[in-house]
Design a protein around this ligand. Structure first.
Ligand code: C2E
Ligand code: CA
Ligand code: CA
Length: 545
């Protein structure tokens, strides 16, 4: 009797378990409705249904007959079978979910930027094609924008890549907040972002640009520094500027360069300015040739010691005698040289040529010093000091006659190699000067460690110091600070007598600027020195070390 009830209980539990296994099987079957294996899961579903019918028939038969050990063992087996079915279906469902989760994660990784979690270039193209398809079908406009951070390189060079990454991570959510849910913002790489605005035109894009510019206004807190970062945005519109993803992105890129050059925050694509950008690309190739063919020229700007009014030295400033565009200022090609890695060759050319020309500089009461500008790439070049030693030897120039100007931001560079190079230059006995002082993010304690003998106050502070109280305060405190640390101060950008007199009162050591003389070529420099010192042609002496 009791064997019957136990067997019945086992079979009924089996039925319940089988019914329970229908739920995951049905879910899997539904999830795979569009896939080839759907028939397999459907068969399993039907089979479980048949099992339930079989189990029920067996349960009924148990009630009608006396139950022996044989029937009991069969009931036990049926119970085990139902457990097996439920386990298999449940585990299958779990595995399927896990596979789906991994696939979704992989798709996310493949389509998103790891650092900012924004869509990457691939997803951008996917979405852009989708939005473009819609725009073409409905004959509606749409906008593509490229955004680039203006001070990113400086942050990277000054505070290191880690800080650059932190900055990008903070920029991403601000961008997202400034946009609508239906817009796409993607990171293209580096500090470049692309934005897609569906169903809008240039007029609609401008307020979005303002919103982005406003969103960037609040300083970014990066590892204890409060950084102010601005952006340049280029705007291209479908259908006016292109009808496929590539041409719209390219036009937006051109507009972004225009915005950057004009410092205007944002710019709408203008075909007339595109020519200029193409020229810019062409210039990379031409500059390479110009360095090789000696098409660069050097101008020298005198530096005067304020106390004695004597010419102390000259700063060599490079120009490019371009066959079509005329004499180009360094601002028009130094950035290209830096971006394309050509600046190391350019610096070598400048040092070599300046040392060569300096053998013909007119000697008055003391040998003039030669100041040369270095780029951040030079001080990150482990071979730079050896190249310099060779050039000193080649021209028989004393290292004491040379001063290398390194901008504040490149001096602050995080790289160990830059520190080594700066240390080696100091050990060699070359005087170092911190250029463009006041424009970077340097801390005073850090500056104290740098082996620079002098500090050049950036000309932007000097220009306006007569009218602008803030600039005057910066100049005065820089002079005091530098003197307290035992450094000399050079003020550049002195354009008038009043500025010179104030600098004299403030105790500035050296001045440089158009008031003394504009930069000039070696012939004009020699004439200028002769005139200033009343030297006649037959009295001219040269310094040949
Ligand atoms: P910088 O090193 O700050 O050079 C001083 C710049 O200020 C020069 O411009 C000079 O002509 C200008 N300047 C000096 N006094 C006055 C003034 O009283 N009024 C005005 N309005 N301007 C004044 P330049 O020659 O156009 O050079 C610009 C920058 O290009 C330089 O700034 C320097 O950063 C870079 N540069 C020039 N030559 C070289 C070079 O050989 N190598 C490298 N890496 N950079 C160079
Ligand atoms: Ca300089
Ligand atoms: Ca400067």
């Amino acid at each position: 009797m009791s064997l019957m009830w136990v067997s019945l209980a086992l079979v009924l539990s089996g039925i319940l378990i089988l019914v329970a296994s229908l739920i995951p099987t049905r879910r899997i079957y539904r999830d795979h409705a569009q896939q080839p294996q759907v028939m397999g899961w459907y068969s399993l579903f039907v089979l479980i249904g048949l099992f339930i019918t079989g189990y029920t028939a067996y349960a009924l038969s148990l009630l009608k007959q006396s139950v022996s050990m044989m029937e009991f063992v069969l009931a036990l087996l049926l119970f085990g079978g139902s457990c097996f079915v439920v386990l298999v279906t449940r585990l299958s469902l779990l595995s399927i979910h896990e596979v789906k989760r991994i696939a979704a994660l992989e798709r996310h990784h493949a389509l998103h930027d790891e650092l900012t979690n924004l869509p990457n270039r691939t997803l951008l193209y996917e979405r852009l094609k989708h939005v473009l398809g819609y725009a073409q079908q409905k004959q509606r406009p749409m906008v593509v924008m490229i955004m680039d951070l203006n001070q990113f390189k400086e942050v990277n060079d000054t505070l290191g890549h880690h800080s650059g990454d932190r900055l990008l991570q903070q920029v991403a959510p601000r961008l997202k907040q400034a946009l609508r849910e239906s817009d796409t913002v993607a990171r293209l790489g580096g500090d470049e972002f692309a934005i897609v605005l569906p169903d809008t035109d240039t007029t609609g894009a401008l307020p979005v640009c303002s919103k982005i510019v406003n969103a960037m206004e609040k300083p970014f807190a990066i590892e204890g520094h409060s950084l102010k970062v601005t952006a340049s945005i280029g705007i291209a519109c479908f259908p006016a500027d292109g009808d496929d993803a590539d041409s719209l992105l390219q036009k937006a890129d051109v507009a972004m360069y225009v915005a950057k050059k004009d410092n205007s925050g944002f710019a709408v694509y203008d075909p007339e300015r595109d020519l200029h950008s193409l020229n810019r690309l062409m210039m990379i190739g031409q500059l390479h040739e110009a360095i090789k063919n000696n098409d660069l020229v050097l101008h020298y700007q005198p530096i005067v010691k304020l106390k004695t009014n004597q010419v102390w030295g000259c700063e060599a400033l490079v120009r490019w005698q371009h066959p079509e565009l005329g004499l180009l200022d360094p601002s028009e090609f130094i950035p290209i040289a830096e971006q394309s890695g050509m600046v190391k060759d350019l610096t070598r050319w400048v040092i070599d040529s300046a040392m060569h020309q300096f053998k013909t500089v007119t000697y008055h009461d003391a040998a003039l010093c030669l100041s040369i500008n270095l780029s951040v790439k030079d001080i990150q070049d482990a071979g730079f000091v050896d190249k310099l030693k060779l050039l000193l030897l080649k021209h028989g120039m004393s290292e004491k006659q040379l001063r290398l100007e390194i901008t504040e931001s490149s001096m602050m560079t995080d790289s160990r190699r830059a520190h080594e190079v700066i240390g080696q230059l100091h050990a060699l006995g070359v005087e170092l000067a911190i250029d463009d002082f006041g424009t970077g993010f340097s801390s005073l304690s850090y500056l104290k460690q740098l082996p620079a003998k002098s500090i050049k106050i950036d000309k932007t502070f000097v220009y306006d110091m007569i009218e602008d109280e803030n600039d005057a305060v910066i100049v005065r405190s820089t002079i005091d600070l530098a003197h307290n640390m035992g450094r000399h101060v050079v003020a550049e950008g002195v354009e008038n007598r009043d500025t010179l007199e104030i600098l004299e009162i403030l105790g500035c050591d050296y001045i440089q600027g158009n008031y003394i003389s504009k930069p000039m070529d070696m012939d004009d420099l020699n004439e200028w020195i002769m005139k200033r010192y009343g030297i006649r042609a037959e009295e001219v002496r040269y310094v040949t070390a």
